[in-house]
Design a protein around this ligand. Structure first.
Ligand SMILES: C[S@@+](CC[C@H](N)C(=O)[O-])C[C@H]1O[C@@H](n2cnc3c(N)ncnc32)[C@H](O)[C@@H]1O
Length: 421
């Protein structure tokens, strides 16, 4: 094998299994493949894999410009990754081309085509770097789900969706933030963006359990809780890996944390241990919760398409299969109805999804309010009277596309407080 071929072969196999078999980057089989490599190779692998997915709409356009024949999936994936490395990551052309040709030979592809087209593309890489993506180039399922987008939303989304995400962290208390050893852009007394990206596990205060990673948008709704009363009973219905639970525990409130996924609960428990936070953890299907026990506040961070996290999870647009909206919308509806049956009078449901698509957000709330006239929307109040934040609070809801605040990136998100009358 030539230098760099082994790691590129694994990158190819990872991209192929995401594209073809709907795998996630954090699935066990892919994680096992990644963890075989050295620390340095893992960073190369993550860089190429994530950017190949982020730029695959651009690279597909370039491929169509240079190759007229219908490509097989393996050929397409190999070219997507090679073009990303040459055009968008500025890697040395010859190393990428040589490795791609060797991989093509091993996979019994027509390697002459790979060699010739990559050489032509490399010659024109400066111009090709300016390849533009339009809203119409996005996956059909996404365009159908966002048919209510105004032109300004479309432009905003195209400008934002394939950028690298920022790292936003949340502290157990403002004291811990004030003692933080790294540079931070504060978003609140207990949260901020990390200025210099680094291996988080190597930061002393991480090991000591002072903070966890949580996107700003996902942090914001619980940060602006309508009340903080330690006598109230909170339930986090879909809690793992735990960001919202940690926020509630850091506010010294009582919460029970539930999730039905074993693997995700394992991560929640190891996070609780590191953070030295303690709570009752349940492993139940929320839809099967007995209705005799009631709560004052139910956090419903429901399963969704996750399209708001597209920067961190670029496989959402890369996969050939679309999210199953029929199933997701039905589950979101059932979860809202279930939460309504578990609530005390004057209790709250905080419905959240890392999505901004109508069917998972505003439509779910509006339909719920039609089914249940004993509930009302409770208006968001923002603790930090910061203009940058108020633009996300649209009269009744918190809603945002993937966006930027204080020059840092935040996820697309939706949250609504529903109060039982
Ligand atoms: C958006 S994630 C929750 C993220 C979490 N709240 C946090 O802040 O880290 C949705 C979660 O719902 C869980 N889930 C899906 N269906 C469920 C069900 N029927 N009952 C309980 N949990 C479920 C999934 O395992 C997943 O962990």
């Amino acid at each position: 094998m030539i230098k760099g071929e082994k790691i590129r072969f694994d990158i190819h196999n990872i991209l192929y299994s995401i594209y073809k078999f709907n795998k996630n980057l954090n699935s066990t089989s892919i994680k096992n493949l990644i963890n075989k490599h050295s620390e340095k190779d893992i960073s190369l692998l993550n860089n190429v894999t994530l950017n190949s997915m982020r730029y695959h709409l651009h690279t597909s356009k370039i491929i169509n410009q240079y190759i007229k024949k219908k490509l097989q999936d393996h050929e397409k994936i190999l070219l997507v990754s090679a073009i990303t490395q040459i055009v968008f990551l500025d890697f040395k052309d010859y190393a990428v081309i040589n490795c791609s040709v060797e991989i093509a030979k091993k996979l019994k592809m027509y390697h002459g085509l790979i060699n010739a087209s990559l050489k032509k593309i490399a010659k024109n890489k400066i111009g090709l770097k300016k390849t533009i993506i339009e809203f119409n180039d996005l996956p059909t399922w996404f365009k159908n789900q966002s048919d209510d987008f105004l032109d300004t939303n479309k432009i905003h989304f195209i400008d934002n969706f394939n950028q690298e995400p920022s790292i936003h962290i949340v502290f157990k208390s403002s004291d811990r933030l004030n003692n933080f050893e790294e540079k931070l852009i504060k978003t609140s007394p207990v949260s901020g963006f990390l200025i210099n990206k680094k291996d988080l596990k190597k930061i002393k205060s991480f090991k000591e359990g002072d903070w966890w990673v949580q996107d700003f948008s996902s942090f914001f709704p619980i940060h602006n809780l309508p009340y903080e009363n330690e006598n109230k009973k909170f339930l986090d219905a879909c809690a793992a890996p735990g960001g919202k639970t940690f926020q509630i525990l850091s506010k010294k409130l009582n919460i029970i944390s539930n999730d039905r996924s074993d693997s995700r609960l394992k991560i929640l428990k190891s996070n609780l241990k590191r953070l030295n936070l303690h709570t009752e953890v349940l492993k139940k299907d929320f839809l099967l919760f007995k209705e005799n026990k009631k709560y004052d506040f139910i956090i419903l961070d429901a399963p969704c398409s996750s399209v708001g996290t597209i920067r961190r999870n670029p496989e959402i647009f890369f996969k050939t299969k679309s999210p199953n909206f029929k199933e997701l919308n039905e589950l979101q509806k059932k979860m809202l109805d279930k939460a309504s049956l578990l609530l005390n009078k004057k209790g709250f449901i905080l419905y959240m999804v890392c999505s901004f698509l109508k069917s998972e957000t505003i439509n779910q709330i509006n339909k719920f309010l039609l089914r249940r006239d004993d509930f009302e929307i409770y208006k968001f109040t923002i603790l930090e009277r910061n203009k940058q934040y108020s633009k996300f609070v649209n009269k009744q809801f918190f809603i945002t596309l993937p966006d930027t605040i204080l020059n840092y990136k935040i996820d697309g998100y939706f949250a609504a407080y529903l109060r039982k009358k």
